[in-house]
Design a protein around this ligand. Structure first.
Ligand code: GDG
Length: 443
């Protein structure tokens, strides 16, 4: 069988502190299934990166990493990836910035990825490139004579042409995507947006590019097992004791403006204003590990959330009740699943999200006999599958506040029926279906 080579911006080395993020979990699952090579940035910055990658083999997986220079990191990662492409692809156009130097840096890092990866490749490899950091990689690899099949999966949304056109080199980006043998998206809507962009960029008729929708999922039984087992552990028991019989609503998100936390905190404040009978009876626990905190927009949102937390607690807290517990800590995954199982409501309200695995994990973590209800943004990819959630528009504070009330008062039979329907959807598109489906289509 041919070897699988996964390429992603950042790779998770074994026994390093895990960076929370959906991509790493997905790639690792694919690699564990087939073995192979995982190539990417080590997370290190060096003035003079080595000419050849460092490699480490653990079991069937070989990890090969390269470092970046500070300038590459600033232009490619902080600049073009996270201040240009990330907001643009999430339709958050007021946060989108463009700098020609960043784009030059993006191209240069993709070239260096290709130069370091190419010598490691074998003739029967299949290459699977992940996410928006590496859109030009197929072109760069082809320029070096690489002929093996190369697939690409976009973990974030693909925007409509009229949004993509804000980016000066948008046509080049679309052309670069046609260099892959297969381009995969989270949803059929993202795939359609891409086809519309192809038609816009190639009015004379686009090249034949194979595309598909491959919704990423979770390993359902692992999460069910993790959540149930975590209930007996110290951190989860302590958290439950701390509720003193109150009900729990939970949110778990990387601290990122696309996750809609500022809007969510406002909606919760509104909920406490309008639904006073829940005061003193509900605790909202928001876990938000810091990410990309050396980018100004992320520091700003962090401050806004700290202020909103202070306002809500200052206004509503009592001597024995804190309505909002906001934590920037990151927790072991099983502990998080235990927290989710202990919650009556899961609040997942991104302004836009490729998929959102937290929503899926929340559903799997529930006790089927007495499941919590999920409040989910219509603008997350997961909303296409999780029809049993209470679907909200994250900008509609009144709607989100009403949805929290509906979730808290939903009768048991309805919660069970919605949970069963959502669990079936999770099994239908689980993590294994995602990677085996993509690789089968790549051929
Ligand atoms: C991108 C796309 C797409 C969170 N906090 C901790 C922790 N997590 C875990 C969650 C979940 C993962 O991180 C987050 O995945 P999401 O899918 O929710 O979000 P992104 O990181 O933005 O992921 C997204 C995904 O890629 C996959 O394609 O779904 O749309 O934006 O698994 O549980 N894990 C640990 N500690 C934490 O504190 N261990």
């Amino acid at each position: 069988m041919s070897r699988l080579v996964c390429v992603s911006n950042r790779i998770t080395l074994p026994r390093r502190a895990v960076v929370p993020g959906g991509l790493a979990v997905g790639v690792l699952a694919a690699m564990q299934n087939t073995g192979g090579l995982w190539f990417g940035w080590s997370g290190e910055l060096e003035a003079h990166p080595a000419a050849t990658p460092e490699s480490l083999t653990r079991g069937a997986i070989t990890y090969a990493t390269m470092s970046l220079t500070q300038t590459e990191y600033d232009r490619y990662y902080r600049g073009f990836c996270n201040t240009t492409l990330w907001p643009l692809f999430h339709y958050l156009t007021d946060r989108f910035r463009y700098d020609h130097e960043w784009h030059v840096g993006y191209r240069a890092v993709n070239r260096r990825f290709a130069e370091q990866l190419a010598p490691l490749l074998r003739p029967d490899d299949r290459i699977w490139v992940h996410d928006y950091h590496l859109i030009p990689l197929a072109r760069e690899l082809r320029a070096l004579g690489v002929t093996q099949p190369i697939g690409f999966f976009l973990h974030i949304p693909f925007p409509h042409l009229e949004v993509l056109r804000l980016l000066p080199p948008y046509a080049e980006l679309v052309r670069d995507l046609t260099q892959f043998d297969l381009v995969g998206f989270q949803t059929a809507a993202d795939e359609q947006s891409f086809h519309a962009c192809l038609a816009g960029v190639f009015p004379e008729g686009p090249p034949r590019t194979r595309t598909g929708a491959f919704p990423i999922g979770i390993d359902v039984d692992t999460i069910i097992g993790e959540a149930a087992a975590a209930m007996g552990t110290e951190p989860v028991k302590r958290m439950i004791t701390g509720l003193i019989g109150r009900r729990l609503m939970i949110g778990v998100d990387r601290l990122d403006y696309s996750k809609g936390l500022v809007e969510r905190f406002s909606a919760y404040q509104r909920f406490l204003e309008r639904h006073s009978r829940h005061r003193g009876r509900l605790i909202y626990l928001q876990i938000a590990p810091l990410s990309r905190d050396d980018i100004q927009a992320y520091a700003t949102i962090r401050e806004a959330l700290e202020q909103a937390t202070g306002r809500t607690n200052g206004r509503f807290a009592d001597t024995d009740w804190t309505p909002l517990r906001y934590l920037n800590r990151n927790f072991p995954h099983p502990t998080l699943m235990g927290f989710m199982r202990a919650a009556q409501v899961g609040l997942v309200t991104p302004l836009r999200d490729g998929m959102n695995l937290v929503a899926k994990e929340f559903v799997a973590a529930q006790d089927p006999e007495d499941p919590g209800a999920l409040v989910l943004s219509s603008l997350a990819g997961a909303a296409c599958e999780l029809e049993g959630a209470v679907i909200v528009n994250p900008y509609d504070l009144r709607g989100v506040s009403q949805a929290i009330e509906a979730a808290l008062t939903m009768p048991l039979a309805e919660r069970q029926a919605r949970h069963a329907a959502m669990l079936a959807a999770l099994r239908n598109h689980d993590l294994r279906a995602w990677h085996t489906g993509f690789l089968a289509a790549l051929g």
